[in-house]
Design a protein around this ligand. Sequence first.
Ligand code: PLP
Length: 402
Amino acid sequence: MSENRDLFSKFDDIIQVRENLLASGVEDPFSLVMEKVLSPTRAICNGRDTILLGTYNYMGMTFDPDVIEAGKQALENYGSGTTGSRVLNGTYQGHKECEEALREFYGMDHAMVFSTGYQANLGIISTIAGKGDYIVLDIDSHASIWDGCALGKAEIVPFKHNDIEALENRLRRIPEGAGKLVVLEGVYSMLGDIAPLKEMIAIAKKYGAMVLVDEAHSMGFIGEHGRGVAEAQGVIDDVDFVIGTFSKSVGTVGGFCVSNHPKFEIMRLVCRPYVFTASLPPSVVATAATSIRKLMHGSNKRAHLWENSKRLHAGLTGLGFTLGTKEPQSAIVAVIMPDLEKGAAMWEALLKEGLYVNLARPPATPANMTLLRCSLCAEHSSEEVETILGMFERAGKAVGII
Ligand SMILES: Cc1ncc(COP(=O)(O)O)c(C=O)c1O
């Protein structure tokens, strides 16, 4: 009889890396518990009052009194969950109102709410690009985009990150007449850099491709009305599908796609990650709708968040840290670490100072980098950003990075 192969043996390498890291005595960066959350920018972690600089809570909506009240009301009036799919018993008034808020926010004809942003990418990409179609995508795309490509069985054609010429070269080689979808992100969340959407979308259109832009990290913040990088670059009308999430600026959980495509509504019947899963709880769609409507009037918060991003970027550069972008391009400021050990030590030193940031490591990161990713919030005060810089200076010196 042949010996059974342990199906977990494929994880041996990653188990070893983790064991080596923990053996160095460093606290586990991937099992932190937020014991109490005090505000969008502060929590108690390991018994310590901690500034949050790694939560993607860009617009600080999680504790907005109107948002909380809307959630409470919905919980009382509609119960704790829908126990059903959107196409059966899981569409409540709140889901329709949330989609109406999204249509207004983007000025688009159609909006479809999914249970997460991950499922929005999975569902839309796999449903519109199937066998025989081509998906041309940036190599640094989010995992949910890659998984959507894999589920749909289209031909996958990646191109070098943010490289306009590489995109054109790929499109040129695709057989004429084939269905083509170009998938881009507004902000790439690892380094916080933005895409040259204006040029890329023009090229996609030249070759007859449809365009999907994931604006997960720009919604609410970038662009005059917070519609994202496509709005800021004046090309939102040329985007066929905008994907977004409620788990960042909106401050809750959920995902969506908005579109002007005249046949878009058929997606509700053919998109499996929409049909074969339960819909969001009424309290969640109520908080999302209220938050989205408030974000329409968030220009002061957007201006302050830009100030915060510029202050942090300039301060860290001045201290001698190497950052993911030369100029601040979004609310993400990524600090490049020399290696995983130093990165984990720096992460821990910052936590002891009272600052939480995200540690990101390969394979999630581009070019095998270890990063400390900082995401700013419109609710961080200017003084808080100065405090954060002091923490980086002390931790960086203690760990020997600056
Ligand atoms: C670019 C991008 N798209 C989609 C998602 C998925 O969003 P959600 O958290 O709603 O599943 C994320 C989340 O990190 C993301 O960064």
